[in-house]
Design a protein around this ligand. Structure first.
Ligand code: FES
Length: 106
């Protein structure tokens, strides 16, 4: 179970009340202070973008803002590093395809 391995539970932390974000329209719980990547991981979601070449799935890799594997579209803005963006109530995260700017293609 993903929630049994939540670091907050392991250290006995008492964070503020959970709130909800959505991932591709699906509700996902998040805690104050969690990054979007952490909230997605805690919900068992490991991939939220596809590579530009080959369309392979990617999610968080380094977790510290260096690798850019965690790029996601957040509240309509592409190329946000989910490992660095704090989760906020009502955030909408959507799978990012390729460079995230498919709407600009001609
Ligand atoms: S996981 Fe590497 S930049 Fe976010």
């Amino acid at each position: 179970m993903a929630h049994d391995r939540n670091p907050a539970r392991l250290v006995g932390a008492a964070p503020g009340p959970a709130f909800e974000i959505t991932f591709d329209g699906r509700p996902v719980p998040a805690l104050p202070g969690q990054s979007l990547a952490a909230a997605l991981w805690a919900a068992g979601i490991l991939a939220w973008r596809t590579t530009r070449v080959g369309g392979r799935p990617r999610g968080a890799f380094c977790g510290i803002g260096h690798c850019f594997d965690c790029l996601a579209t957040v509240n309509g803005t592409a190329n946000r590093r989910a490992c660095l963006v704090p989760a906020r109530p009502g955030d909408t995260v959507t799978t990012q395809e390729g460079n995230g700017h498919g709407e600009l293609a001609v």
